[in-house]
Write a protein that binds this ligand. Structure first.
Ligand SMILES: [Cu+2]
Length: 206
């Protein structure tokens, strides 16, 4: 027992002296939670490592993309499997990461590499109602807000940093809000107000 305890203490002592957790809550000015916002932190001190999260995959199923917002690190290969009975023609005109996947059928797959940080709007040439976004991030520290508008980032290095909250329909410049924060001090929780416009009506074109 004593042995186990001493190991535990040694482990704690070996942790970075000042690791910080950050809880972010994103709401509209009216206090409604904003889901699918992407929260990123860039520390002033040099960062190492890349974001590691969900599989880099946007599925086409039931004439929709899933997920609606996908976070990937710069340089990620994203796959676009088609699980529908119909063909899709996936494209993006976003300047940073333009691409087009010509008509392809059920159980076929294509991959696209995203070399530039930024937001990529996805569409389908055949089904106007299909809309999704890939957020390519150049930081290891990123998370997507839940239905409650909440995201948590753990084990951030202490020190000054920039917090950004982006949403595809965010009303501010660049669809995002940005602020300086001091990690490891009194910034364990941040509330960010981000006004979002109503998504364009999803037309059915099938
Ligand atoms: Cu389609």
């Amino acid at each position: 027992m004593r042995f186990v305890l001493s190991i535990a203490l040694a482990t704690i002592a070996a942790w970075p002296a000042f690791a910080a957790d950050l809880a972010v809550k994103v709401t509209t000015p009216a206090g409604k939670p904003v889901r699918d916002a992407v929260v990123t932190v860039h520390t002033d001190a040099p960062m190492s490592g890349a974001y590691r999260g969900d599989p880099s995959r946007v599925v086409q199923q039931n004439l929709q993309f899933d997920p609606f917002v996908l976070i990937v690190p710069v340089g990620a290969e994203v796959s676009f499997p088609n699980r529908d009975q119909v063909r899709h023609h996936v494209y993006s005109f976003s300047p940073a990461n333009r691409f087009e996947l010509r008509l392809y059928s059920k159980d076929e797959n294509r991959t696209v590499r995203f070399p530039v940080a930024g937001a990529v709007a996805l569409g389908c040439n055949i089904h106007d109602s299909m809309v999704a976004f890939v957020k390519v991030v150049d930081t290891p520290f990123a998370a997507k807000t839940s239905a409650a508008g909440e995201a948590a980032l753990r084990n951030l290095p202490a020190g000054s940093a920039t917090l950004r909250v982006w949403h595809p329909y965010g009303k501010s410049a660049g669809n995002q809000i940005e602020r300086k924060i001091a990690l490891g001090r009194d910034d364990a929780a941040q509330t960010v107000i981000l006004d979002v416009r109503t998504p364009p009506e999803r037309r059915r074109a099938y």
